[in-house]
Design a binder for this molecule. Structure first.
Ligand SMILES: N[C@@H](CCC(=O)N[C@@H](CS)C(=O)NCC(=O)O)C(=O)O
Length: 304
């Protein structure tokens, strides 16, 4: 069953897409066809919406997150939704790695909506958006998959064009590129942490631990460069890098020491400081999973 709407603080600004805006997006001016039109910022935003979702008259777009509480990828998008105070619905998807049954309709719906082979894996996170009748559960709902794409979508969807500083990817083009680079290194760290958890051959543990330590050094060096002594990954602003880092720490700083005798936080004090900063944020507290949950589910994953 879907959870109730969980966050209604700020309504989506993505309302009121108009046909003139959609036409203008394609360079068509109703008053003088063929003439280039100059759009206000708000009209530009509506145009993008019209192009993405089709030139429908007035729709209030709704978003639903398909996630698993323990999945660190899904938690990125979940945290972005909470940080941006987007109104959203969410539904837990079972994962076999945690001893749960994945809902077949979910895999079918994603495969139907995104006609590429990889979508048949039915991974979380996924987001469904809109639907002809306004419901994200309807047959015509559009799906997005993957943590990077869905988290960026949330950042755009939940943003007020008049307040770009509140973006989770704010800053100049160089800063945004540096953020993407850090995110790709956090991805490597996450997959190495996961590789150690799922390893069933203890004689490989040393090598896998070394790989994590090596990657931690790289991530720490980038944090020094980007953040100096700031509270978060990129300085004093919470960004998408923090949406990725916070769930990683939440899960692996508990699972790795307990299940694989690898003390993640002892290896990188910067992660410990980040954890303290995250723990003061209500959005993070809303998505944080307990140590007991982590040990139960990651313990299953480690043993299966
Ligand atoms: N690269 C993907 C990875 C997502 C992923 O691997 N999710 C896992 C759960 S943590 C999943 O759904 N696995 C499929 C399964 O276990 O059935 C992303 O960034 O979203």
């Amino acid at each position: 069953m879907a959870d109730a709407f969980v966050n209604s603080a700020a309504g989506s600004p993505w309302t009121g897409t108009s046909a003139p805006a959609a036409l203008a997006a394609r360079g068509v001016c109703r008053e003088a066809p063929g003439r280039k039109v100059r759009l206000t910022r708000t009209a530009q935003v509506r145009c993008v919406s019209a192009q993405v979702f089709g030139p429908r008259e007035v729709q209030t777009q709704t978003v639903k997150l398909y996630y698993n509480r323990l999945c660190p990828y899904a938690a990125r998008t979940w945290l972005a939704l909470e940080e941006k105070k987007v109104s959203y619905d969410k539904q837990q998807i079972g994962l076999t790695v945690f001893g749960e049954e994945k809902q077949a309709w979910f895999v079918d719906a994603i495969a139907k909506s995104i006609p590429v082979n990889r979508s048949k894996l039915g991974t979380v996170p996924a987001l469904s958006i809109l639907g002809a009748n306004g419901s994200p559960d309807s047959d015509s709902a559009r799906f997005l998959v993957g943590s990077a794409i869905t988290a960026e979508f949330v950042d755009d969807f939940g943003s007020d064009p008049a307040a770009p500083d509140l973006m989770l990817r704010h800053g100049n083009p160089l800063e945004r590129a540096e953020l993407r680079y850090l995110l790709s290194e956090i991805d490597v760290l996450l997959s190495r942490c996961n590789a150690l958890i799922v390893n069933k051959n203890p004689s490989n543990d040393v090598e896998l631990k070394d790989k994590i330590s090596e990657q931690l050094e790289d991530v720490e060096a980038l944090l020094e460069l980007n953040s100096y002594d700031g509270k978060y990954c990129m300085g004093d602003f919470f960004t998408l890098a923090d949406c990725a880092m916070a769930p990683l720490i939440n899960r692996f700083a508990v699972a790795l020491p307990e299940l694989r005798s690898y003390k993640l936080l002892d290896r990188c004090h910067r992660l410990e400081q980040l954890d303290v900063s995250y723990s003061a944020r209500p959005a993070y507290l809303a998505i944080r999973v307990s140590n007991e949950e982590v040990l139960e589910k990651y313990g299953y994953k480690a043993r299966r």
